[in-house]
Design a binder for this molecule. Structure first.
Ligand code: COA
Ligand code: AMP
Length: 652
């Protein structure tokens, strides 16, 4: 079905239409001659060796951007702005609603901190290509750590603080870091999350107890590095280490060298280490800051996410700093810290031009304050645009927040893998007419095609698998850490010549993309990407559980929530509520509070095909109240029928 052409832009229609013309010319040019397009965009980056070749397709489907160029990403994010005389401009504003403090770092100050901390890392033997694992809450040290690693040509891997030791251990095992950077802990409403015991446990699980740990001490936590001074280990205090270190210069790296690894959930329990390069990343993010977000030097951007997610990497840290803008690092929640007006307070206090957040945060604000009075109580006049990503933005929420803030609301669709929006409304190009329910049009270099099961492109308005024709533009993943084969199998093998996004959706007759949901077992809980397979692996370890299926059910606040359906071993007798409590605790311990797993239902049997595959998709469709076709290969239709009353959506 083609979507109705519903224009909800509050801007001038003529301006939007001229923006559309401009966009269409630019996008067409980026696909017709990607090398010319990205060569020009590369002019906005400071290279040590400028690129002569733009795209290397020699090892296709593995592509490399700017194969003969070199640069340093940290230099581009900091030094060059200072060299250009803007050292006194604000680079980073740390605003903690949890502590009630706000501190501004100029570009010169942030550069000093980063250069000296790079000296700490160098003193620990970290050099080009070494991995630095960062497990830090939303404090300035997280930004310093990332940029310091980049300064040395080391490869950072940030792990979100809501993950449990076992998940941290899995990442340590895979990335084999030379050092771990952490802090006493994170502050959640009502509780302190102690990081040091988690790091200690993870190192033990990963059999890496000797890996040096540098920890920033924060007040109010029970544990300190003094608790972990065991033989064969090296736990250092952050400030002590800094006090004896000297600044080091940026190290030249190849554009194709990895800048970071960011682990994300796939369909299995083992997280996938998305690898991002230095050169393509710098070029693409720099382009996106101006072209999509309309942010340039001196503008202020508040991305209310976490440095542990891709949105945080790209638009808390690298994007704004590469653009010479000011980034606000916000430690707090959208509601409750202290109220649903906190984003308004941040906009007013820091003159924010662009706010970027997730739909779940907007729904939480609306639920807490349906009139938006707490937001409206602030001077919001600096705000130009609200960007939203991470999950589908429903039109009710979008319309509501647009009315409260009085600015255009721009849905944008992307993934950890792509690093920047696949589809967005390019506000910096003048914008295109917004269309309700759609993240608008593909960004330059993204050739979006909807395919059927056979890999044939479907007509406009028909739903299918959303694929991206290769090569992906600069800034997208180059491979998975340590496994080219897994990269190929996960993304490139379903349809030759395409990257499979894992999302389904359709493109309307005007080229607007509509993203409907995942085609695999990845779910999105409060903007956090999780694997139902990973949760199933944990549940299956319970002694009473014979088998289980975990589904992502719709949730009015969090978008989705994980719900388990469990078949007991024959003869097992457990109280269902006790079992549920056990399973909830197991998932919390193994994956972390971020999984937010709360419901496990005992069922007689799970519906399967004759070959034994659990019909998760059919269950999911049933639970979503969607129409579904019972597969002809089903083993026993009665099993599915028996589940229907349990799965059918209940009225709110
Ligand atoms: N460190 C440790 N624990 C964390 C954490 C972190 N960084 N972030 C979340 N958690 C914990 C929470 O404390 C909570 O634990 P609990 O079960 O003991 O209460 C659990 O994980 C679930 O947290 P959350 O998903 O944040 O749910 P919530 O009900 O506490 O809050 C929202 C709901 C909507 C306010 C919140 O999810 C939110 O702000 N979401 C926006 C997320 C976002 O910006 N994502 C960006 C991706 S682009
Ligand atoms: P992550 O890698 O955590 O950013 O999650 C990526 C997934 O989130 C995508 O594959 C989509 O399923 C979903 N997603 C992100 N942004 C959007 C959006 N704007 N609309 C719909 N789904 C989205």
């Amino acid at each position: 079905m083609a979507a109705a052409g519903h224009d909800v832009d509050q801007g001038n229609v003529d301006q939007a239409n001229s923006g559309l013309d401009r966009y269409r010319r630019l996008h067409a040019a980026s696909l017709a001659d990607p090398e010319a397009f990205w060569r020009e965009a590369a002019g906005a980056v400071d290279w040590v060796t400028p690129p002569t070749t733009v795209l290397d397709a020699f090892a296709a489907p593995f592509y490399r951007w700017f194969p003969d160029a070199s640069l340093n990403t940290s230099y581009n994010a900091l030094d060059r702005h200072v060299d250009a005389g803007r050292g006194g401009q604000a680079a980073l504003v740390y605003d903690s609603a949890m502590l009630g403090v706000s501190r501004t770092y100029t570009y010169a100050e942030l550069l000093d901190e980063v250069a000296v901390f790079a000296g700490v890392l160098a003193g620990l033997g970290v050099g080009k290509g070494d991995r630095v694992l960062i497990y830090l809450p939303m404090i300035p040290e997280a930004v310093v750590a990332m940029l310091a690693a980049a300064r040395l040509g080391a490869v950072h891997s940030v792990v979100f603080g809501g993950f449990a030791p076992a998940e941290l251990a899995a990442r340590i095992r895979d990335a084999r870091p030379s050092v771990i950077l952490t802090a006493s802990g994170g502050i959640e409403p009502g509780r302190r999350v102690e990081y040091l015991p988690a790091v200690h446990a993870a190192l033990a699980l990963a059999e890496s107890a000797g890996t040096p740990v540098v920890a920033k001490a924060r007040e109010g936590f029970a544990h300190g590095i003094r608790d972990y001074q065991e033989p064969g280990t090296s736990w250092l205090d952050w400030d002590d280490a800094v006090s004896t270190a000297s600044a080091v210069p940026p190290v030249e790296v190849a554009a194709t060298d990895p800048l970071y690894i960011l682990y994300t959930s796939g369909t299995t329990g083992a997280p996938k280490g998305v690898v991002r390069d230095n050169g393509g990343h710098a070029v693409a993010l720099t382009w996106s800051m101006q072209g999509i977000f309309g942010i340039g030097p001196g503008d202020v951007m508040l991305t209310a996410s976490d440095v542990g997610w891709v949105v945080g990497h790209s638009y808390i840290v690298y994007g704004p700093l590469l653009a010479g803008a000011t980034t606000v690092l916000y430690e707090g929640k959208p509601v409750g810290t202290p109220d649903a007006g906190v984003f308004g307070r941040l906009i007013e206090q820091h003159s924010v031009k662009v706010l970027f957040t997730a739909p779940t945060a907007l729904r939480a604000i609306r639920r807490a304050d349906p009139e938006g009075a707490a937001l409206r109580a602030h001077d919001l006049s600096s705000l130009a645009t609200l960007f939203s990503a991470g999950e589908r933005l429903d039109t009710g929420t979008s319309g509501w927040i647009g009315e409260v803030l009085g600015v255009p609301v721009v849905d944008n669709w992307w993934q950890t893998e792509t690093g920047w929006p696949i589809c967005a409304n390019p506000r910096g190009l003048g914008g295109v007419p917004l269309r309700a329910g759609s993240p608008s049009l593909p960004s330059p270099g993204f050739d979006v095609v909807v395919l059927d099961h056979q890999g044939s492109a479907v007509p406009a308005g028909t739903e299918g698998s959303i694929a991206l024709r290769l090569p992906l533009p600069p800034g997208a993943l180059t491979t998975l850490w340590g496994s080219d084969a897994r990269y190929r199998d996960s993304y490139l093998s379903s349809f030759e010549g395409y990257y499979t996004s894992g999302d389904s959706g359709y493109v309307d007759s005007d080229g607007y993309v509509f993203v409907m949901g995942r085609t695999d077992d990845v779910i999105n809980v409060a903007g956090h990407r999780l694997s139902t397979g990973a949760i199933e692996q944990v549940i299956a370890q319970h002694p009473a559980v014979a088998e289980c299926a975990v589904l992502g059910l719709q949730d009015p606040l969090k978008g989705q929530r994980a719900s388990g359906y469990v078949v007991l071993k024959s003869g097992a007798s457990v109280d269902p509520l006790t079992l549920q409590a056990d399973l909830v605790a197991m998932v919390r311990t193994a994956i972390g509070p971020v999984a937010d797993f709360r419901s496990a239902v005992v069922v007689e049997a799970l519906p399967k095909t004759r070959s034994g595959k659990i019909l998760r998709k059919t269950m999911r469709q049933m639970a979503a109240g969607e129409s579904y076709v019972v597969p002809s290969t089903i083993e026993d239709p009665a099993v599915l029928a028996a589940l229907e009353p349990l799965l059918r959506p209940r009225p709110e």
